[in-house]
Design a binder for this molecule. Structure first.
Ligand code: SF4
Ligand code: SF4
Length: 311
């Protein structure tokens, strides 16, 4: 849903917003905003052993995520879908339902990729305001914003250049899926090489706005009066990730585990959701201690795949 655009001064808008709401400014965060919807550690329940009953979880108060770039808006739109299947993830949507999301961009776009409200840069201080959802429209009313501007001038700012080549590859998601799946048996050298460099630390999964695997852990307090269950972020490159009861590990080697990270993102996700689990945000590349660049890896794999499959 879109209405006539409004124009605001960014600092003034943010100051007013903070007076009225709980605002989390995401502009300088290294971790993706998924951390506020799907925290690194989430208490699923507390159990009072003496009373033999569950303790009620504290309620989530409404909050605003401010300053998300278009890539992160798109990632949350996809995460909403991922977390809806096969059943709605109770903990994710418990927070998500209390969240209002404000995007901030200097990029041009035709269709808003997500969020409730998008602020588009017009000059260093001035931004056009575009409501995307009913929640965004309500927020505009609550903020009593200035009267609508007649036109939105074209943005004078260059398009964000984060991983532009990967962005292009993502547009042909089916080819990307085929190339990644093909590479395991037909181009194993690349996975052998990467397994020598990768540290298996899991950081790429933690910083990724779309990685969403978690493990479940039960613990008891030392007096034995209560216990709790926690959901903790997990990463498929970690050695224990694929170990099951009885001790069998489906992905014993780092080569298998690192390939699995790609396979899940670019092949399995395409089969399940029709889209890869990547928005080319660049976080995995920036945070990797081994300086692995997935844009270069995917360009390499797709080039080899195209050569091998030339008619
Ligand atoms: S962050 Fe880098 S080193 Fe760590 S698991 Fe990911 S690719 Fe490997
Ligand atoms: S670029 Fe890396 S961190 Fe960003 S969405 Fe893709 S896989 Fe995740």
């Amino acid at each position: 849903m879109t209405t006539a655009p409004l124009q605001i001064n960014l600092n003034g808008f943010l100051n007013e917003l903070k007076k009225k709401f709980v605002v989390i400014d995401c502009r300088k965060n290294i971790l993706a905003p998924k951390q506020y919807l799907f925290p690194a550690q989430e208490t699923a329940f507390n159990f009072d052993i003496k009373k033999s009953r569950l303790k009620t979880l504290p309620p989530i108060k409404p909050f605003i995520l401010f300053g998300l770039p278009l890539r992160d808006l798109e990632a949350i739109t996809r995460l909403d879908e991922i977390m809806s299947r096969p059943n709605k993830n109770y903990y994710y949507f418990r927070r998500r339902s209390k969240t209002t999301i404000i995007g901030l961009t200097d990029e041009q776009f035709n269709i808003p990729p997500g969020g409730d409200l998008i602020l588009q840069k017009l000059s260093p201080k001035d931004f056009a305001v575009m409501p995307v959802t009913a929640k965004g429209t309500v927020l505009i009313k609550k903020m009593a914003l200035a009267r609508p501007s007649k036109n939105i001038p074209a943005s004078q700012y260059a398009e964000n250049k984060t991983m532009p080549k990967l962005r292009l590859l993502l547009q042909d998601a089916e080819m990307l899926k085929d190339a990644v799946a093909w590479s395991w048996k037909n181009y194993p050298q690349i996975w052998d090489e990467l397994a020598k460099i990768c540290l298996g630390c899991g950081i790429c999964a933690y910083v990724c706005p779309l990685c969403h695997c978690f493990s479940t852990e039960d613990s008891m307090d030392i007096a034995g009066k209560s216990c709790k269950r926690c959901q903790n972020w997990a990463a498929c490159t970690l050695p224990e990730f694929s170990r099951v009861a009885g001790g069998h590990n489906f992905h014993k080697t780092l080569k298998e585990r690192y390939y699995n990270w790609f396979y899940h993102k670019f092949a399995r996700s395409y089969e399940e959701f029709g889209e890869p689990q990547c928005v080319a945000c660049g976080r995995c590349q920036a945070a990797c201690p081994a300086r692995i660049d997935i844009e270069k890896i995917l360009i390499n794999i797709t080039q080899k795949y195209k050569i091998a499959n030339r008619a």
